[in-house]
Design a binder for this molecule. Structure first.
Ligand SMILES: O=C(O)c1ccccc1NCC(=O)[C@H](O)[C@H](O)COP(=O)(O)O
Length: 258
């Protein structure tokens, strides 16, 4: 699937016309996650659909979801901007950036410096860099370029091979460990724990994908610094209830919406 997505991205990048630069106030993702008032920082994802689950949210209103996440004290947001596989759009991110005051991560499949420039222009505070789809040197170059343009990076790994690829070249400020097996689409949060055991201690780690219950969070405490959650929050009756339930802040703390 990842290969298919990358092939689609190559065509998109060839035809990409850059929009005008949006003047926005930038926020630090790392600072927001470090300053969380919960045991784990939260990146709440605005996600209509996915390759593994199809459409997750029918009446999808990205701006109102983002505002509700902010009201529920999410530390930051992730906005899917991929159109073909996730039914997202770059304009969703810009709309959200103009109305919320927490950092916004652009969740897409970045394979070209043109997309880094696009991310800056649409107003992203941070971008996702996926180790599995970039060459070792390219990954570092994209990382540096992004910071030069005033955006942070969430550097995402899926495997020990990815870890070796990243850490042999540089030490990212924010490391994402994705719990999704990209061949089977299955998620397993033990994956974060297994990988973290093999990492230097001082890395700031975000556990991503398949996080759905308060007990998942308890399990991750001490291994991850923050979590990135999409489907569970999108399937909750309201984003606010989703966050409260996940963090055990409501009477309904054992249930899952995913
Ligand atoms: O979500 C998918 O099906 C998917 C398939 C192929 C590549 C990436 C995919 N997801 C991107 C993500 O990393 C998730 O949107 C994110 O971690 C949130 O996951 P979840 O909480 O399980 O929705």
């Amino acid at each position: 699937m990842l290969n298919k997505i990358v092939e689609t991205k190559k065509l998109e990048v060839e035809n990409l016309i850059l929009s005008e630069n949006e003047e926005v106030k930038r926020y630090s993702l790392l600072k927001a996650l470090c300053n969380t008032n919960r045991n784990l920082g939260l990146i709440a994802e605005v996600k209509k659909a996915s390759p593994s689950k199809g459409v997750i949210k029918d009446n999808f209103e990205p701006l109102s979801i983002a505002k509700e996440y902010e009201q529920a004290n999410a530390d930051s947001l992730s906005v899917l901007t991929d159109e073909q596989y996730f039914k997202g759009h770059p304009t969703y991110l810009t709309q959200i950036k103009k109305k919320v005051n927490i950092p916004v991560l652009r969740k897409d499949f970045i394979i070209s410096t043109k997309q880094i420039e696009q991310s800056k222009r649409i107003g992203a505070d941070a971008i996702l860099l996926i180790a599995a789809i970039l060459e070792r040197n390219q990954l570092h170059e994209f990382y540096l370029e992004s910071y030069e343009k005033g955006m942070e990076c969430l550097v995402e790994v899926h495997s020990i091979e990815d870890i070796e690829k990243v850490l042999s070249t540089f030490s990212p400020e924010i490391l994402g460990i994705n719990n999704r097996n990209l061949k089977t689409f299955e998620t397993n949060i033990d994956h974060t724990i297994e990988i973290v055991k093999q990492l230097p201690e001082d890395l700031f780690v975000v556990s991503e994908s398949g996080i759905s219950t308060a007990s998942d969070l308890k399990k991750l405490e001490g291994f991850a610094n923050a979590i990135l959650v999409g489907e569970t929050l999108m399937r909750a009756p309201t984003p606010q209830l989703g966050i409260k339930t996940l963090f055990g802040e409501s009477a309904n703390e054992t249930s899952t919406f995913a």
